[in-house]
Design a protein. Structure first.
Length: 178
């Protein structure tokens, strides 16, 4: 019985890593890569996160670490669907720059603290679930990045012109400006 459970658990992990999550199914035969530079930690990451329709577990772990709550150090899984949104958005830009990360995962404590100082931080932010990211694209107009993200119709898109970043998430389709 134990061997069967171990096998099924391993099989489930394989399905999760290779299943048709998000837009991966449509791009099953291609390599999907992203480049990041974190604006607060100065860490850089150029990584292939999906190949032949399978998310690369080690790559996802490295992305989770880079997109951790840099204030608390807490690491949380980042939704692969969010990475697919970034990948598809970058393809639309036809620009090879790195995504400059302003905020990835946020711990509950960090989110509460940020809410105390800003009306633009949602109480139930998708950052808390690893389903949102605030970015800009190196040497690419952030206003244009915003327009392209809106045209994709794949989740929430917020534009923060004064801070020069776009919020992207894999939640319901909506948009706002901050």
């Amino acid at each position: 019985m134990t061997d069967r459970r171990r096998f099924l658990g391993g099989a489930g992990a394989t399905v999760l890593a290779c299943g048709p999550l998000g837009a991966v199914w449509a791009h099953a035969a291609e390599r999907r890569s992203l480049s990041f530079v974190h604006t607060h930690t100065c860490e850089r990451l150029d990584i292939v996160y999906c190949e032949n329709g399978c998310y690369r577990v080690g790559a996802l772990e490295r992305i989770n670490y880079l997109l951790r709550d840099f204030r608390s150090g807490d690491v949380h899984p980042i939704a692969p669907e969010l990475l697919d949104i970034l990948f598809d958005l970058q393809r639309r830009t036809e620009h090879a720059g790195a995504f400059e990360v302003i905020s990835g995962y946020r711990s509950p404590g960090t989110n509460t603290e940020l809410r105390r100082h800003s009306s633009g931080v949602a109480e139930h932010s998708l950052h808390l679930e690893g389903r949102a990211i605030d970015v800009r694209l190196t040497r690419f107009p952030t206003s244009r990045l915003h327009e392209l993200a809106l045209a994709m119709g794949r989740g929430g898109v917020g534009f923060y012109a004064s801070s020069d970043f776009v919020h992207l998430d894999n939640g319901r389709i909506r948009s706002w400006q901050g």
